[in-house]
Design a protein around this ligand. Structure first.
Ligand SMILES: [Zn+2]
Length: 153
């Protein structure tokens, strides 16, 4: 018998698997999962993973992610696999790539950045340096590690 994870299967929606452990809550915020929608969400934290050691997992019922949303996710979880489920079957695996820029999602960590005082959307350029992903603010041109940048709430 094969062992299966005790995370219930979903009927329709999106499964985001192989999220680096510790990034799931950020991705939930990024997708505004808990804001307005009342979708049923199953969250798995620190699950064993051959690839990552430990991984997080998110299942969102009755929501299909767009390619843009999927690309924003891989900024924080480069190994993430994103599958669309219909009638309990995987109907689509979204092929992700790192976006060039992310607009109006993150807060610039620089306290004197103009984005804090002017009604303008934040704008970060995404830059990959080996395994490190840096977000560079379009306005103050400062560069931040991806783990330092918070999602606008
Ligand atoms: Zn800035």
């Amino acid at each position: 018998m094969t062992k299966t994870l005790s995370v219930s299967a979903i009927n329709n929606g999106t499964v985001i698997d192989h999220i680096r452990a510790g990034q799931a809550l950020r991705i939930m915020k990024l997708l505004r999962v808990l804001d307005s929608q009342k979708n049923k969400v199953t969250l798995g934290l620190n699950l064993p993973s051959k690839l990552l050691g430990l991984k997080d997992l998110i299942k969102i019922e009755n929501r299909v992610l767009t390619n843009d949303e999927a690309n924003e996710i891989v900024t924080f979880a480069p190994e993430a696999t994103i599958n669309i489920i219909k009638d309990f079957e995987v109907t689509q695996k979204i092929n992700t790539h790192l976006p060039k820029a992310i607009i109006n999602i993150f807060v610039c960590p620089n306290p004197v950045c103009i984005t804090h005082n002017e009604p303008i959307e934040s704008h970060f350029i995404i830059q990959e340096q080996g395994k490190h992903i840096q977000l560079i603010c379009h306005y103050c041109e400062k560069s931040f590690d991806r783990d330092k940048v918070k999602v606008i709430i």
